[in-house]
Design a protein around this ligand. Structure first.
Ligand code: ATP
Ligand code: MG
Ligand code: MG
Length: 553
């Protein structure tokens, strides 16, 4: 396949193939199973999998599961489901860092034997203070000069579970005076008396991320290990481990800018807090920018991929406008979504000159963007519902919808003229009386008379009740993290109106639409039946997006 995109990482890959440095490219997507994937992960997934696809290479899915305290099978399963739903396939190349626990242990011993790692008895706080700062060199640990034999024996006892967490760690012996703090004798193994979700209670020590990652990459023959910019400072350590150990391959780490999006937070730690503190219902709450939340909201996978490709891959962090994501969603859905009519805030209209015992079916176009989607029959009778906001008793001049004495077009049906209203004791209009012009069937008057407004409607007798959830952004601050700098927690910026629920009346044809398909209610936006809460007996719809595109190019 032809590469469709250009970015600096693709340039490196193309060059490495052209010069023969590599004959096959291997990338990997390495999530830690400590939460659900979000739109930031989608950027990494799209980058890694499309490079592998476009250069006839391979992309591994590797679970970076070395922190058993925070990881679970639920997360492992959701991650696989989300990657597949986005349309990517790791084939046989599913790996777990925990599968390398033996190999990693042996590498640690190899470092010890070479005099390049030592067991350190400093407490975590002491390690931190000995490490120094950006402007101040670190201090050597008093345990740094232990003999190879002593380190070998102590590490074996750590592995055997003879010490408690925090009592000892294994550190690489690099350089406490390095200007790069990551190189100041980083911890590579810690003690944790926690069973692992895959390895059981075999291990009493667990390798650190910085140790595990390069060696797992090397184990799998990864050629290009793509990670976000905050790991730039870790690259010397990545290379140090690859150079100082006898690894089967020499992977190269390349950093790119992580995705930040307005009106949301992006780290799993914060998303987890939103769930556990009850700010949202679950990880897949449609207000979450998790992949599962976006799926449940009705975002097509195609739109998420389009978004990830449009934002590109750069070496400098930036903030992407949420409106661009919605723009991609609308662009995809405009082409594919079937159109229906639904009324979110219904008010009844009685057509006085339409026989109450009659009904008829009018022809609606399913998708003006795709003729192959055909047409459907829409029931019409004496009593209808229209949107309350499409009627005003005392309208301004520019209001082109229904008002006493004014005529509008009912989409796909007839012109109607409002003749009267009925009110309750409080004076609120509860019913609109109207007449229709039988000659305007289909929406045009044979006498050439024009109406300015066309409104949507449903037949009262045939319509189906639906609960509709309308969403706004989860946060009201454009950057909840930055807004939190004034001392408030990011949760202080949660939008209290992020979800509202209304009782709607919708076209019966909707019941025939299969689940999992996002559709359009004309004039109102895109919607999808909720994947958990909706059934044919009890429709629950999520609004995916309104029709109004606010993306400014
Ligand atoms: P978080 O900070 O949200 O917890 P993480 O980086 O800790 O994310 P991992 O599971 O370690 O999550 O990430 C798996 C891969 O996804 C990594 O290669 C990481 O660089 C990438 N990734 C995570 N967040 C983003 C983001 N916002 N933009 C681009 N890539 C990301
Ligand atoms: Mg992480
Ligand atoms: Mg992180």
């Amino acid at each position: 396949a032809q590469p469709i995109l250009k970015n600096f990482i693709r340039d490196i890959v193309a060059e490495d193939l052209a010069t023969g440095k590599h004959s096959k490219i291997i990338t990997r997507f390495p999530p830690e199973p400590n939460g659900y994937l979000h739109i930031g992960h989608a950027k990494s997934i799209v980058l890694n999998f499309t490079i592998a696809r476009d250069y006839n290479g391979q992309c591994n899915l590797r679970f970076d599961d070395t922190n058993p305290e925070k990881e679970s099978l639920e997360y492992i399963e959701s991650i696989q489901r989300d990657v597949q739903w986005l349309g990517f396939d790791w084939g046989d190349n599913l790996y777990y860092a925990s599968d390398y626990f033996d190999v990693l242990h042996d590498y640690a011993v190899e470092l010890i034997m070479a005099g390049k790692a030592y067991v350190c008895d400093l407490s975590p706080e002491e390690i931190r203070s000995y490490r120094g700062t950006l402007t101040e060199a670190g201090k050597n640990s008093p345990w740094r000069e232990r003999s190879v034999e002593e380190n070998r024996a102590l590490f074996a006892r750590m592995v055997a579970g003879e010490f408690s967490p925090g009592e000892k760690v294994l550190r690489a012996k690099i350089d406490m005076a390095s200007p790069n703090i990551t190189m100041r004798d980083p911890v590579i193994y810690r003690i944790a008396a926690v069973p692992h979700h895959r390895a059981g209670d075999t291990w009493k020590v667990y390798p650190m991320y910085d140790f595990t990652h390069p060696l797992s990459d090397a184990q799998e023959g990864v050629t290009h290990s793509l990670c976000t910019l905050e790991f730039e400072d870790h690259r010397p350590l990545y290379n140090w481990l690859i150079e100082n150990l006898n690894t089967p391959a020499t992977p190269r780490q390349i950093e790119f800018a992580r995705l930040n999006l307005t009106y949301t937070v992006m780290s799993k730690r914060k998303l987890l807090r939103l769930v556990t503190e009850g700010h949202v219902d679950s990880w897949d709450d449609p207000r979450m920018i998790t992949i599962s939340g976006m799926r449940r909201r009705g975002y097509p996978a195609e739109a998420i991929i389009d978004f990830c490709q449009r934002i590109g891959v750069a070496k400098r962090d930036s903030m992407v406008d949420f409106a661009l994501l919605e723009h991609c969603v609308r662009t995809a859905l405009n082409k594919t979504a079937l159109r229906f009519m639904g009324v979110l805030d219904p008010i009844k209209v009685v057509i006085e000159n339409y026989d109450s015992s009659s009904e008829e079916y009018l022809c609606g176009v399913n998708n003006p963007e795709n003729e192959a989607d055909g047409t459907r029959d829409i029931p019409f009778c004496r009593e209808l519902y229209i949107e309350r906001s499409d009627f005003m008793e005392d309208p301004p001049k520019k209001f082109f919808r229904l008002a006493p004495g004014r005529e509008v077009r009912l989409r796909y049906a007839y012109f109607i003229t409002c003749t009267d209203v009925r009110k309750d004791e409080s004076g609120k209009v509860v019913e609109i009386r109207a007449t229709y012009d039988p000659a305007t069937k289909g929406g045009n008057a044979p006498d050439g008379r024009k109406v300015k407004g066309t409104i949507h409607w449903v037949s009262a007798r045939h319509s189906v009740d639906a609960t509709v959830r309308l969403y706004e952004t989860l946060f009201s601050a454009e950057n909840p993290d930055k807004a939190a700098e004034d001392g408030k927690d990011f949760t202080a910026h949660i939008n209290p109106n992020s979800r509202t629920t209304v009782s709607a009346k919708v076209e019966p044809a909707l019941l025939k639409l299969g689940g999992g398909k996002t559709f359009q209610f004309e004039r109102l936006g895109y919607f999808i039946a909720d994947e958990h809460d909706s059934s044919p007996e009890n429709l629950v719809l999520n609004r995916t997006a309104t029709l109004r595109d606010t993306w400014a190019k």
